[in-house]
Every structure is written in C-alpha cells, then in structure tokens.
Design a protein around this ligand. Sequence first.
Ligand SMILES: [Mn+2]
Length: 403
Amino acid sequence: MRIFHTSDWHLGRLTYGQSRRPDQIAAFEQVLEVARDFKPHLVLHSGDLFDASRPGVEEMSLAHCMLRRLGELAPVVVVAGNHDSGALFELFEALLGGGRLHFVPTIRAPKSGGILEFPGAGSELARVVTMPFLHANRVVDALEVKAECRTMSYADRVAAIQAAYASELERSYDPARTIHLLVAHLHVDGATWSKSERALHVSAHYASRASSLPPVSYAAFGHIHKPQALPGNLPGRYAGSLIQLDFGEEGETKEVVLIEAEPARAARIKTVPVTAGRALCTLEGTVEELERKSESIDQELLRLVVHTPQPTPGLPEWAARVFPRATLLEVGERSLATRLELVGEDRHGETFEDLQQAFRAYLADHAPDDLDGDQLLSLFAELADAEEVTPRPELVALQEVTA
Ligand SMILES: [Mn+2]
C-alpha cells in the first residue's frame, strides 16, 4: 500500500508579525499535486496542524478545506501536536470525523481507538498506532493505572505506553496481510531540531527513546521541523514543517514523504521536496555588498543587517528600493560607531567576554566614588536574566550612573 506523510503545518503562524498563510497555501497546493500523483491508500498527518491552541476561524476553515481535499484521495489521520488543542481535535472528530477524516486528540488505549485500521492494497490491512503529543503532566488514564506511573520519567512512561501498543500489534498480527504503522508527535532523543519548535517540548525532559518504539513498517513523526530520518533503526521520518516557519529553519528544504509498504517487508521510503511558499533569508553586509546581492533576491521574507560606518537614517526606505519584491521583516543596523560602545573593546584595548564584564569596566570609569559597586553589579546581573522588572529604589541608582 501507499502512504503519504506530511506534518507541522502550523496554520495561523506569524513570522515577525507577517502572516504565513499565502506560503502555507502555496506549499499545500504543491503537496496536494504530489499526493494526487502518488495515489495514496492512507494519509498521515503527524500533528501541529495549527500554530496556536485557539486558532482563528479563518485558520480552522483553511485546515478543513486542506484536509477535505486530501481526504478526497484517501482517509486522513491527524494526531494532535503540542501546539494543537486536544479539546478542539475532539470537536473536529465529533463534527468531521467518522468519514474520511480522523482526528486523534489524545493518547488512547490500544483497544479504545489508539490503533486505527484502514484497508490497504488488495487484502492488506493497515493497523495504525496513534500517538498525539503527550504532555508531561497529563496521565493516560486507560494505560497508566499503576501508581508508579506517576513517578516514572517521561521517556519511561512513553516506553511503557509504546510497549502496550507493541503487544497489541503482535497479538493480532497476520504476516500475510497486516501492515503496522505509527503516527506520532514526539521528540525522539537524538533528532536534530530547528530551534523553531517550542523549546521546552524538545528538551531532554521531553525526549523519548528510539529503542522503545513498537516494531512498525513505517513511523510517521511530527514535532521536529527539520526533515530527517528517525534516530535508531526503525524505518521512519520526521516529515518536518510545511514551510520555513522561523529563521531557525532558514535554508532548510521542506518535504513530504511517500511510503510504499507491504506486509512483512521493510517499507520503501522516498522524499519529495516542497519548494513553494516564500523562503526566509538573512543578508548581512555593507550597503554596497547588499546592493550587489539584491539580484539573487526575489519574493523572500528578508531580514537585513546593514553594516554602516555611522548610524544612518533612512535604511528601511533604501532597503525597500533595493529589494522591491521582497517582504522586509527587519532592517537592522550594525554601525561601527555604536558597536564599539556596546560590545567592542574599551579604551585599553581589552575584549569583554560578556555584558557584565563590560559593565564592570564601564562602572570603573563612570561611577561616582560613593557608589556601592558590588551591589550595582549584582543588580545588573539579576536584571540581565530577568524577564520582568519590578520598580525599586536601587534601580534609580543604576539609572543615574548609566544616564
Ligand atoms: Mn511543530
């Protein structure tokens, strides 16, 4: 049978405040063309359909339209990613499920909908283990009844759940016709991420082990945005995100995965690049250098860092003239004159390793004699790490010194 794998659409995504809807639509049209040519028996979407857990109505209707068009080709299974809302997926399943579209909101016991069955080619039967994202503080009631489940590590919990699926797959295995598949939104230890995934959810704390995956012909993974094969020996891939979502993904080629699976044989896996939609691009250099590079830029989403000898007004207008078709997300300036003051060298030619060292040197030159330098330095260190600042008297002293 033929299986089509896509992932991480992140509908509703903004990049530097710019809607990515046109890029997602363009990429989807290309994906749909590839799928039409491939004529799949089954489509697997491995999660993060939406960028936010409460998507707008426009995003929901776009998702519905896209999935419905894929559903004209074959049944579509979508598992909820860490960006998706399980409650919303439950609603979608109630409203749209049962026919060609199948939304899986949470991990369910193998016999309570955790394993879905679909016909393949001829008499083939696909049994699909579904593993939506598992939040660390969420207990899977049907599978984690024992008290010790509450104190196990995330990787051990996932391994125990996967073992339950593996034994259920084995129980009803018919080597003549069964094809085992897995669709999951999980971080597998050893995968390389793009830095645009939600940081906490790809941390070691959230890692699961490749060695604990149930034996399947193909494992369709979502969560990591950089397309790649799964770590370990199991045939499977992270399909990656539909488009370059953030600058952590700059330069990455996106893809969909085409799988041909047969009972009791390793699947044949082929990837097809997805090139539609605007790419992200960062250019850095002097005005002259950037003007020379402008020929290679068309409709990209562009981030510029302009090197100037002196702070130069009017750079955004200049950039709009030089890159008329690009979308300018940010025009930054690195001016030699201001750079020396901020991070460069002090007048003795020392190089500072960090801001705090630079501030210490600054204090030595600028602070009045009666100032408590140590108190001010520790306040500075605290502020450098703080996410929020509450007003208090010491801050006034700091302001006076640095004013
Ligand atoms: Mn994602």
